[in-house]
Design a protein around this ligand. Structure first.
Ligand SMILES: [Zn+2]
Length: 318
């Protein structure tokens, strides 16, 4: 690895730099754990930007019930969980957009007709979903110009399942990507920086179909219904699974298997959000095996060469 000095950075930076923009603590561990561990091991700079503290997340662990309906306390607690997860993945540069508590978790409701998430009726005053796009994106521009990532990772425009904070993270990332590269925009925030590519994390349809098929067979053997979300889905039918992306759009994959134990440990750190049963399901090789890789769709910028197993493939890193 070579180190290069940035034009105005006091600290030498590795020549490959990755930034991930996630909405809540735990999203990074459930969606990007292998990716982060992989690039930390390679010596790349890995920066995690978390947009909220997850103050309105549902608490699934009975021992933590005392945090229910106490958003500020839950946010502080989840920051501790996030720190523990980052220790497991070896990530030392993790920040909150605009500072801790600047943007609040917006919560969510469920649309009964579709089963997807929708914005809640009552939103906190500083809900991320209500944030002015320019204000929130400007906070990210400052981070982009300071860290100078070549690759940004975030969600697709539907936030995978409709969570308003995931959708907002997508919007803020794309707007900041454009503004960070414009020299005339807020020159006080540092020299313009052109990110080479935005990637959206994605679940490939073929692998997800295989995962659901195995999970349903295992549930049938146990004589239960299996994962409720997929109860109505037929993995042998013509339609792709909900929340999946057609395989032809996947441009890069990071192998999950080498990072299984780290991913498990990072997920376990988010005790308020994930039960032991959930962790077991999530990390069970039998049904998750084909689904363990972390896959990406091109959101903006240059495409990697076909079949890439490196998110920086085709980028001249300096
Ligand atoms: Zn989330």
């Amino acid at each position: 690895m070579t180190l290069v000095d940035g034009p105005d950075s006091a600290v030498p930076q590795p020549d490959r730099r990755l930034m991930l923009v996630h909405a809540h603590p735990d999203d990074e561990s459930s969606q990007s754990a292998a990716t982060m561990a992989h690039y930390v091991a390679e010596g790349a700079a890995v920066t995690l930007v978390t947009c909220t503290l997850g103050e309105l997340g549902e608490i699934v662990t009975p021992e933590l019930d005392y945090l229910r309906d106490k958003p500020a306390e839950l946010g502080r607690h989840r920051l501790g969980e996030l720190s523990a997860a980052m220790e497991q993945l070896g990530v030392t540069d993790f920040v909150r957009l605009g500072g801790d508590g600047r943007f609040s978790d917006s919560g969510m409701a469920y649309d009964e007709a579709t089963g997807f998430a929708i914005p809640a009726q009552d939103l906190p005053d500083n809900a991320f979903w209500k944030a002015d796009l320019l204000v929130a994106a400007t906070e990210l521009v400052a981070l982009i110009r300071d860290r100078r990532p070549q690759v940004l990772i975030t969600y697709d425009s539907f936030g995978h399942y409709g969570h308003p904070d995931h959708i907002q993270a997508h919007r803020v990332t794309h707007y900041a990507y454009t503004l960070a590269a414009a020299p005339a925009f807020r020159p006080d925030l540092g020299p313009a920086w052109q990110v080479d590519r935005i990637l959206w994390s994605a679940s490939p349809a073929d692998e997800m179909r295989a995962m659901i098929r195995v999970a349903k067979e295992a549930a049938a053997d146990r004589d239960d219904e299996g994962p409720s979300f997929f109860a109505a889905y037929d993995p042998d039918g013509p339609d792709d699974p909900p929340m999946s992306t057609p395989n032809r759009y996947i441009v890069a994959r990071i192998a999950g298997a080498p990072w299984r134990s780290r991913r498990l440990a990072a997920l376990r750190a988010h005790r308020s959000q994930i039960t032991e049963e959930g962790i077991r399901w999530f990390t069970d090789e039998d049904h998750m095996g084909p689904f363990m890789n972390e896959c990406y769709v091109l959101g903006a910028g240059s495409a990697p060469p076909a079949g890439a197993d490196d998110l920086f493939a085709g980028i001249d890193s300096d």
